[in-house]
Unconditional design. Structure first.
Length: 277
């Protein structure tokens, strides 16, 4: 998805960079999540399912989410909440809004390839929740994050609190939401929310390089890793153990494993290349 019906660039779109599908948030000046942005991110999520289909030999082997402009996002356009609250059947319409947005977060989370979110600046509410649905969160030194929904009497409901709890623990998740404060990247790295803090200079290039590095790996094995880690976190290590034969056994039938084993035996470790097959 690259353009709107008027021919203008879509506020959320996919740009292909070799093996990486780059999701671009580009709705200046603040990249606010309004109705068109929510519509676009929903369409992008569906398109990513197609682009990462394991049966497609030309599929994207990683997804990178990045934003244009000074900030990643100033959050949600509050008129979205006003229109729901002041319209008919607000509770039912609110529930439907969250069902729709949770499906987007879950779609990103369930993609069968590594997903990387690159935060170069301020990242609030829906954008932060989308970041938490990705596998790896990279942040520039100047980046900051917040779930600030308390200012409009809400709790974050695009999956943020529960995914924060998975990364940082329940006490940290509650603190971040209860205070509505903005947290620097360095603090959230200590809390295990941010994976890596990278220098501001060259951040975009470093994030692209990271995405390309994971895309060049054994992506079928990466998909298995994602399933095992998610199952362990949500159901326990023994449940993940039970899943191992089903997700790791088939890896022995992949060209990636056979080629990597042959490369290791012939040339030593670290020389193999992977096709994602």
């Amino acid at each position: 998805m690259t353009d709107t019906p008027t021919g203008d660039p879509a506020p959320v779109r996919i740009e292909r960079d070799d093996d990486v599908a780059v999701v671009v948030l580009d709705s200046p000046p603040l990249n606010l999540f309004d109705v068109p942005v929510f519509d676009a991110v929903e369409a992008v999520a569906d398109e990513l399912v197609r682009l990462t289909d394991p049966a497609d030999p030309e599929r994207a082997r990683a997804v990178l989410v990045e934003a244009r402009g000074r900030v990643v996002s100033g959050g949600v356009d509050v008129t979205v909440f006003r229109d729901v609250a002041e319209g008919p059947e607000p509770a039912e319409r609110g529930a439907e809004l969250w069902r729709r947005l949770l499906r987007v977060a879950q779609t990103f989370e369930d993609l069968p390839v590594p997903t990387v979110f690159a935060a170069h600046g301020l990242t609030l509410t829906a954008a932060f929740e989308l970041a938490l649905a990705c596998d790896v969160l990279l942040a520039a030194e100047k980046a900051s994050f917040g779930l600030v929904e308390i200012v409009v009497g809400l709790t974050p409901s695009m999956g943020g609190p529960q995914r924060l709890a998975e990364r940082a623990g329940p006490a940290r998740a509650k603190e971040l939401v209860f205070t509505g404060e903005r947290y620097p990247a360095a603090v959230l790295e200590r809390w295990n929310v941010v994976n890596r803090v990278l220098p501001d200079d060259g951040f975009a290039e470093a994030a692209r390089a990271y995405a390309h590095r994971v895309a060049a790996g054994p992506t079928v094995a990466h998909a298995a890793t994602k399933q095992l880690v998610t199952t362990a976190v949500r159901q326990g290590a023994r449940a993940a153990d039970d899943l191992v034969p089903d997700v790791s056994g088939p890896l022995f039938a992949t060209a990636d494993l056979r080629g990597a084993v042959a490369s290791f035996l012939a040339d030593g470790p670290g020389k193999a290349s992977y096709s994602g097959r």
